[in-house]
Design a protein around this ligand. Structure first.
Ligand SMILES: [Zn+2]
Length: 110
């Protein structure tokens, strides 16, 4: 099950402090320099839409956003293309789920 499904209602505001946020962002920056991340983007494939976009086009995405209490740990970080990443930012979690469902219906082009 995707972590999104167990998340709180969109309008509920999580109590994430500035300090926590800064620490998690710093952790993400550190992870970006690791071999682990390098391997993740090596194939240049987006975690969500499975399109091959090339490694330069992949961005680090927190499955559960930091602003919602997500952490910068390997299990919560995926490589997403810019299109998916920005969609995820402006869509409500419910709408994002719908988007993912619509992607699953199409057979992925690889
Ligand atoms: Zn994508």
């Amino acid at each position: 099950m995707l972590p999104y499904l167990v998340m709180k209602k969109p309008l509920e505001i999580d109590n994430v402090s500035e300090v926590d946020l800064r620490r998690e962002k710093e952790k993400a920056r550190t992870l970006r320099r690791t071999h682990w991340w390098d391997k993740k983007i090596q194939k240049g494939i987006c975690y969500y839409c499975h399109r091959k976009v090339g490694r330069e086009q992949l961005t680090m995405d927190h499955v559960v956003p930091l602003s919602r209490g997500g952490k910068s740990r390997k299990g919560n970080i995926v490589a997403a293309c810019k299109a998916c990443n920005s969609k995820k930012k402006y869509l409500l979690p419910v709408e994002w789920e719908e988007y993912l469902k619509s992607l699953r219906k199409k057979s992925p082009e690889r």
